[in-house]
Design a protein around this ligand. Structure first.
Ligand code: DX5
Ligand code: ZN
Length: 218
């Protein structure tokens, strides 16, 4: 499965987002990870469809919207119409997951679920056949720049094995939180192929960092 590098715009300079996008493109990023927080499901507030729309208009990179919000069903349509190519919802926030995943797919975009670091993997086992990707958090969601939580490795290996053994090998595993140049190889080896990185890429030279990450993933 192709390894995909997904810079998290949470760590970008919002006063000059277009420049940051161009740098992501120049470095060879595969998609843009867009963190949506509501101050309710997580203790922080970020941005919504209003910002996805102008970004989608000026880039060809797919936009991956990670909804860290309560009642995401209310906003899925707005994100899809704004130009999201992938939407993930947190299983901890959604009572009727099957319905929500079908709703995301009804816009012909990719649907995913996100699990906090200690949310039981059973959710992923049962939902996998309805998902294009599964996001395993490797920090508690809410902020960039936190340290990677090691339980990720065992969880990713278990999930990858389950997917491969159940005719679901096309379901991708996304990792989010604390992913940096010095741990990305080990993380990919555990089974994640969509690698979200915020501070790990935006600190220093973004273009060079993306290229360096690509080399490590070859
Ligand atoms: C955390 C967000 C992440 C965040 C990752 O709640 O979901 O996408 O931007 O940031 P880093 O890579 O700095 O841990
Ligand atoms: Zn995220």
């Amino acid at each position: 499965m192709k390894n995909k590098i997904a810079p998290s715009l949470l760590s970008a300079n919002f006063a000059n987002l277009e420049l940051e996008l161009r740098r992501c493109e120049e470095g060879g990023a595969d998609l843009l990870h867009f963190d949506v927080m509501d101050g309710h499901f997580v203790p922080n507030i970020t941005v919504g469809p209003l910002l996805v729309e102008p970004i989608a208009r000026i880039t060809k990179l797919p936009i991956d919207c990670h909804l860290m919000i309560s009642e995401p069903d209310k906003f899925i349509e707005s994100f899809a119409r704004a130009g999201a190519n992938m939407i993930s919802v947190h299983v901890e926030a959604v009572p009727h997951l099957h319905r929500t995943l079908s709703f995301i797919k009804s816009f012909n975009i990719q649907a995913g679920i996100a699990l906090n670091p200690i949310t039981p993997l059973d959710y992923a086992f049962d939902a996998a056949e309805y998902c294009d990707f599964i996001l395993l958090m490797s920090v508690n969601p809410g902020f960039g720049g936190q340290s990677f939580i090691n339980s990720f490795h065992k969880r990713a290996r278990t999930l990858r094995k389950f997917l491969d053994e159940n005719n679901l090998s096309n379901v991708e595993i996304e990792v989010d939180g604390g992913v940096k140049l010095d741990n990305v190889r080990e993380i990919a080896d555990s089974g994640a192929n969509i690698l979200v990185s915020g501070s790990g890429l935006f600190k220093g030279d973004l273009v060079q960092n993306i290229k360096a990450m690509r080399k490590l993933l070859e």
